[in-house]
Design a protein around this ligand. Structure first.
Ligand code: SAH
Length: 474
């Protein structure tokens, strides 16, 4: 077995159970004898005289299960090696004697699934079953949409265990179709090929995982054309909060098909629209009692920016919104959004679907003086890396300034950032600057975050990525 020895003082994060080892933390790599790999603490001075030998990193194949040890030779964790990435090792177990095999995957996946059951998420047919680092399984996302498991692999370690993973998934959820969406661009950073398609659970052999020293060729699992009755529909309608069904396109949609992480924020929108409508009704009643000319009470008007398949819009309509404007650049997403309104028997006459760049749309509407009761801003990740954070901050400030200008006095801005690098404090500061620019006062009345099945592992702050505020604008 290979053992990666860390530089002194670089073991702290692993001792705190953070799962990543950066390239710069590695001091040396040894290939150990079977006996040496079982020792809790190696004597580094005598490794070579006892059969072990030093190797170059490049001799370790991608996806190999290795040991990580501190500068004194003490065992820290078992991790998979990734030669291309800045994160050279991702921990799969902190136990020295744990075998990483089929049983491990079955046990670990089963435990992750059981936690979701304990969250009492009834009424939702879309669930994140495995949340990568958040579930101590770096490089693996599994989402369930109705009876489809859509999964994405983003690390060499999971790639190397493909056959165990697929077999375990099929055993645990035998009635679900398996669809792989390992086609996100983060795979390219790892030098992993992009891959998507149906997976045949009965035809995955370990040979598919053979990799050479450079990590090539990569697993080339067999794809199937499912029988017609097992074909996944282009659009699935996935029940959320027992209220509506959200359109999800597993084959062509973003990520694994959709954004389950915003489930609670969409529900917040539903409740907000309900209470704004109730308030309007109460005000109309009071006016009528005072014999003042009463306006017909109306639900709130909602601008849903970066709408994707219109999830926020559906919950807003269900909550009583009188008009919902969905804005997105993707015609495909907007078509799905339209189909969602029909599928849920909501009134298409209350919706608009606008294919436009949100920045341009917001500027035009500000110039016209348009106002909405609720504005939602749920942009894609603006900050992909530390170097892009400054530009990203400017982007967040711009859309939020414009968004705030479109909210009528007393209305709400629901604003989000899914960039892990944008911590909550920083986001709040950016919003404060945006409010200054928009010449409004804004107060936080609620905070929002990723849905609970998108678990956050305490030692890994990076697994908390989605944050949002409900701001009341005056
Ligand atoms: N709120 C959605 C998820 C939003 S994902 C939900 O609850 O499901 C981000 C969306 O922003 C994607 O649909 C993408 O097509 C869209 N998008 C990205 N950049 C955009 C831009 N400049 N203008 C308009 N839409 C954009």
């Amino acid at each position: 077995m290979f053992a990666f020895i860390l530089h002194a003082e670089r073991e702290k994060s692993l001792l705190r159970r953070h799962p990543w080892v950066f390239s710069k933390a590695i001091a040396a790599v040894y290939e150990l004898t079977e006996l040496q790999s079982q020792e809790e603490t190696l004597n580094l001075a005598t490794i070579e005289s006892q059969g072990g030998h030093k190797v170059e990193r490049k001799q370790v194949p991608a996806g190999t299960l290795c040991q990580v040890r501190d500068s004194k030779g003490s065992f820290l964790a078992q991790a998979h090696f990734s030669p291309q990435s800045q994160i050279s090792l991702r921990v799969i177990s902190f136990k020295q004697d744990e075998s990483i095999d089929y049983d491990f995957f079955k046990r670990t996946l089963n435990a992750a699934f059981a936690k979701r059951e304990a969250l009492a998420l009834e009424g939702n047919d879309g669930l994140r079953l495995v949340a990568a680092e958040g579930d101590y399984l770096p490089g693996l996302i599994i989402d369930q949409y109705n009876d489809v498991l859509s999964f994405a692999i983003t690390s060499w370690g999971i790639e190397a265990n493909y056959h165990h993973l697929v077999r375990a998934l099929h055993e645990l959820k035998p009635n679900c179709a398996l669809y792989e969406r390992s086609d996100g661009k983060t795979r390219l950073k790892e030098n992993l090929k992009l891959r998507a398609g149906y997976v045949d659970p009965n035809d995955i052999s370990p040979d598919y995982n053979l990799v050479d020293q450079e990590g090539k060729p990569q697993p080339n699992c067999k794809r199937i054309t499912p029988p017609q009755d097992k074909e996944i529909a282009d659009t699935l309608y996935v029940k959320e909060k027992g209220l509506v069904a959200i359109p999800i396109d597993v084959k062509q949609g973003h990520k694994t098909g959709g954004y389950l992480d915003q489930r609670e924020s969409r529900y917040h929108t539903y409740q907000l629209c309900q209470s704004l409508k109730a308030l309007a009704q109460a005000q109309a009643l009071a006016q009528a009692q005072n014999q003042a000319p009463a306006k017909k009470p109306q639900g709130p008007t909602v601008l849903n920016c970066f709408s994707y398949t219109g999830g926020f819009g559906l919950l807003a309509l269900k909550g009583g919104a009188s008009a919902v404007y969905n804005v997105d650049v993707s015609a495909h997403a907007l078509n799905a959004a339209k189909s969602g309104v029909v599928f849920n028997h909501l009134d298409p006459g209350r919706c608009k679907f606008i294919k436009k760049d949100v920045f341009a749309y917001l500027r035009e509407e500000v110039a016209k003086g348009t106002k909405f009761d609720v504005v939602i801003l749920d942009p894609p990740k603006f900050a992909e890396s530390k170097s892009s954070l400054t530009t990203a901050c400017r982007g967040y400030q711009d859309i939020n300034r414009l968004g705030m200008q479109l909210v009528r006095k007393g209305g709400h801005l629901l604003t989000f950032s899914c960039s892990g690098l944008m911590v909550e404090d920083l986001f709040q500061k950016i919003l404060a600057d945006a409010a200054l620019g928009a010449k409004v006062d804004a107060q936080i009345v609620a905070t929002m975050r990723q849905a609970p099945d998108h678990m956050v592992a305490l030692p890994c702050p990076e697994s908390f990525y989605l944050k949002g505020f409900d701001l009341i604008i005056s």
